[in-house]
Design a binder for this molecule. Structure first.
Ligand SMILES: [Fe+2]
Length: 360
């Protein structure tokens, strides 16, 4: 997309929202939006029964953090192996890699795991990719049924400690609606060995995912490639087809403000759960925004479901038993972002533009 197309798109978005909802601009005066722009301290509030924590990260002693919309070099994100230490650093417990039209990050490793008897050391390949593994041993491990085809375990150990991240098979799929529209949809928990083809009509993709025992999320609605970029009624159709939740991007707020404002209205209008994500493409975006499951609720639900992670995650999302956390990137948060994240290589403006398909 060219820069002039992006400016046109943004103008259309903001003017369109203002015409549909004249009080929209007043939202900027409300504390929630001031918070999104980076003013103010950490705060908690609720929208449509969805719990939100703005400007903070849930306590990992009480919550399992789920990074559920993210990219690596298997599509347009940073090196897969560079991301692994970042996930541990941010105390992520659950990770869904949603590369564009690709499950290779999961499938390639899963295949090697099968050949290697269920455990695969990663230190060699990580070092080859220039990752400093320090005193840690990194490995992937197969999981037992009913999780074996949809999840793997990423393990990091040193002398004192063992940490684990459960990684889910997922994809951000380009879906179609005849020849007039293409959008994206996040699909989770489709078993290894099965894919849904890019270009599948979006309601069909949602139904197929459900039939395969997975769930789907309406990701970044209204944003350039999201469902509803053309028609709001597409969200209603996706909800009716069985989508589990609607996503708001908690990290790239500044440019995406109008789409997030609209999404908040949709959450209440269709009474659908909200999930916050980072749509992370670079190491500095990982760990900023996502959802967190209260440990007590998660463990209880997992036990009732005989250890079925997919069923547990879906149940908790659909019943709003999650805490959404947001840490927007904005000029006001630039200092916060650059401190301790080794992200000078990726200033926020570049992240925003990259997400729009502009590479500078
Ligand atoms: Fe994405």
């Amino acid at each position: 997309m060219s820069l002039s197309a992006v400016i046109g798109y943004l103008l259309k978005g903001y003017v369109g929202e203002w015409r549909e909802n004249p009080s929209f601009m007043k939202l900027f005066e409300e504390s929630y939006y001031r918070g999104l722009l980076g003013f103010g301290k950490e705060k908690s509030f609720e929208i449509g029964g969805n719990k939100i924590l703005l400007g903070g990260v849930p306590d990992d002693n009480k919550y399992y953090l789920f990074e559920h919309h993210s990219h690596t070099h298997y599509s347009d994100g940073d090196d897969f192996y560079k991301i692994l230490p970042v996930l541990f650093k941010h105390k992520i417990s659950l990770w869904a890699l949603t590369d564009h039209n690709s499950t290779e990050g999961f499938d390639g490793h899963y295949k090697l795991l099968q050949e290697d008897g269920g455990s695969l050391s990663l230190n060699g390949v990580m070092e080859k990719h220039g990752v400093d593994t320090g005193s840690f041993e990194y490995s992937l491990e197969k999981m037992e049924p009913p999780n074996d085809k949809k999840f793997m375990k990423l393990v990091r150990t040193n002398r004192d400690n063992t940490e684990e991240i459960v990684m889910m098979r997922a994809v951000e799929l380009k879906v179609g609606q005849g020849d007039i529209y293409e959008g994206e949809l996040n699909l989770y928990g489709i078993p290894y060995g099965i894919s849904i083809s890019p270009g599948t009509q979006f309601e069909q993709a949602i139904r197929e995912t459900l039939n395969l025992g997975g769930y789907s999320i309406i990701n970044h609605p209204y944003w350039t490639e999201g469902i509803a970029a053309i028609k709001e009624s597409d969200v209603e159709r996706a909800v009716n087809a069985g989508a589990s939740a609607i996503e708001i991007n908690g990290t790239e707020i500044l440019l995406a403000m109008f789409s997030n404002a609209r999404t908040m209205r949709l959450v209440e209008k269709y009474d659908i759960p909200l999930v916050s994500s980072g749509d992370s493409h670079t190491p500095c975006m990982y760990g900023k925004s996502g959802i967190a499951f209260p440990k007590e609720e998660f463990d209880k639900a997992l036990k009732v479901r005989d250890g079925d992670y997919l069923g547990t995650i879906r149940y908790l999302i659909e019943n709003r038993l999650v805490l959404n956390y947001f840490n927007p990137i904005s000029p006001f948060r630039l200092g916060y972002l650059l401190r301790g994240d080794n992200s000078k290589k990726y200033p926020p403006m570049r992240i925003g533009l990259e997400h729009l398909g502009i590479y500078i």
